[in-house]
Design a protein around this ligand. Structure first.
Ligand SMILES: Cc1cc2nc3c(=O)[nH]c(=O)nc-3n(C[C@H](O)[C@H](O)[C@H](O)COP(=O)(O)O)c2cc1C
Ligand code: SF4
Ligand code: SF4
Length: 449
């Protein structure tokens, strides 16, 4: 049976699922409730000099049937007094000594950093997370992402913290930067024990087009906020991979961004994360989602023969290469399973207008099922992604698996296109219709009877 316990940079927790610093970790009440439900750790809502928040704080991108596919906030750090939070940290730790309580911190001066780090430690926190990520409000005051975007400043502040810290220090990184490995390296140089990523992405989720204001609207006006939720997971996964693969960073990573299910968590762990943190999914569905997450992760690990999180951590990293190292000889072609096809013709439209005119329709009006024209198919996957029927269009391998050449190897061999009309161009001699054929008929083209 899989063992979910983790030791993350010295912070122990019964499982790798932590609540991210956000409204679900505002209070001891919520964190006790979450631990009772099964969460392994919690990063407390960022502590500092308390703020005043605006009313009307969240906006969302509802995509088709999915509410809060993307989520946006203009909330700042905690608005509760520090003493209240510290007392509650102490209470939570007394009741749950084996769960991880991490104090997220954000202040300005060296003296304040020293003071708040010591206060968080004295309250019994297991670790500290430095919030260098908040992309709205706090950055305008020289904190949050304003620090995360300046590796030199970040390093200096980490050094201030390390002067007094006796418990592990995690640096939370902002994605609002071109290359996330630069602040990650700065965190390492400053002496941090781990990094977490990502914080929210600067964004405008939408506009009230009648009143000309961005959401969320505060008395007729708005401002850019921080984007999170399922929509940001691909960005967070890529940044996690970048940090995990960078040989100079080599720090434990807590993965954050769009995690909602055990499968999302597995993806982050396979790309190098040692723990994962969740915010939006809990704000949407509550603490109870942890039961399914824990069970799913255990079952996955058992099915793969992983005893511990460490056994599976980073397992996908060797398979994430640079484009120039991919095999140019690999060849797949789409295949339609006629028994499953419902004749919606979405694949035909997608390939005809958006890809390579490699799907044909029968001239028999009673037969709506399309067919693949293999010699035109470049194996782009588009039709299989568009098709609404699971496993109806599959991509079938056509090369024999024995040939392997990469762009890097071709470059070294001097075998790459160099002129505008080079014979070596990949699409040379690939059939495309004559431009004028676009007007020949406005009906779907029929390639064969
Ligand atoms: C309303 C709200 C408030 C947040 N407040 C904080 C905060 O105080 N400190 C912090 O480090 N991150 C804060 N975050 C960012 C989250 O901790 C997390 O990094 C981000 O939401 C991505 O995770 P998710 O996609 O699971 O929501 C906040 C996020 C939201 C939605
Ligand atoms: S894989 Fe791409 S090119 Fe091939 S049939 Fe599908 S959409 Fe067309
Ligand atoms: S999209 Fe799928 S179901 Fe629809 S016609 Fe194409 S193969 Fe058939």
């Amino acid at each position: 049976m899989a063992n979910l316990e983790v030791n993350f940079a010295g912070i122990k927790s019964p499982n790798p699922f932590w609540l991210a610093s956000a409204p679900p970790t505002n209070s001891g009440y919520q964190i006790m409730k979450a631990f009772d439900a099964g969460w392994g750790g919690a990063v407390w809502k960022t502590l500092g000099v308390p703020v005043v928040n605006v009313s009307s704080r969240y906006g969302s991108v509802n995509y088709r049937d999915t509410r809060m596919m993307g989520f946006n906030n203009i909330e700042l750090i905690t608005d509760r007094p520090l003493a209240d939070n510290l007392r509650e940290i102490e209470e939570v730790k007394k009741r749950f000594p084996h769960h991880a309580v991490i104090a997220s911190l954000m202040v300005e001066t060296r003296a304040e950093w020293h003071q708040i780090v010591k206060a968080a430690e004295n309250a019994g926190s297991d670790g500290i997370e430095l919030n260098f990520g908040c992309p709205h409000g706090m950055c305008e005051r020289g904190m949050g992402s304003a620090v995360g975007q300046e590796p030199k400043v970040l390093k200096t502040i980490v050094e201030w913290v390390m002067e007094v810290a006796k418990i592990p220090v995690i640096v939370k990184l902002t994605p609002n930067i071109t290359d996330i490995t630069r602040p990650a390296l700065a965190a390492k140089e400053g002496g941090a024990n781990a990094v977490s990523l990502i914080n929210t992405i600067q964004s405008i989720v939408g506009l009230d087009i009648d009143n000309f204001a961005p959401y969320p609207i505060v008395d007729g006006k708005g401002t850019n906020g921080g984007y999170c939720g399922p929509a940001v997971k691909p960005i967070a996964l890529n940044m996690t991979k970048n940090v995990a693969q960078h040989p100079g960073v080599n720090l434990p990573i807590s993965g954050i961004g769009g995690i909602e299910t055990w499968r999302d968590a597995v993806e982050f762990i396979l790309l190098g994360a040692g723990t994962v943190q969740v915010c939006t999914a809990v704000m949407h569905y509550g603490f109870g989602i942890i039961r399914e997450m824990v069970r799913g992760l255990e079952e996955y690990m058992d099915s793969k023969g992983f005893q511990t999180i460490e056994d599976m951590r980073g397992k996908a990293l060797p398979n994430v290469l640079h484009w120039e190292d991919l095999n140019l000889k690999y060849k797949v072609v789409a295949n339609i399973n006629e028994d499953k096809c419902i004749g919606c013709q979405l694949c035909y439209t997608a390939c005809e207008d958006g890809a390579h005119q490699a799907i044909g329709l029968s001239s028999d009006p009673n037969n709506r099922k399309p067919f693949i024209i293999e010699e035109n198919c470049v194996g782009c996957n588009l039709c299989s992604l568009v098709c609404p029927v699971e496993s109806c269009i599959t991509m079938e391998r056509k090369d024999d698996g024995n040939q392997h050449i990469t762009w890097k190897e071709r470059t070294a061999a001097g075998n790459i296109p160099r002129t505008f009309d080079d014979e070596l161009a990949g699409g040379r001699h690939h059939w495309v219709p004559e431009p004028i054929d676009a007007f020949k008929t406005r009906k779907p083209r029929h390639y064969k009877a």
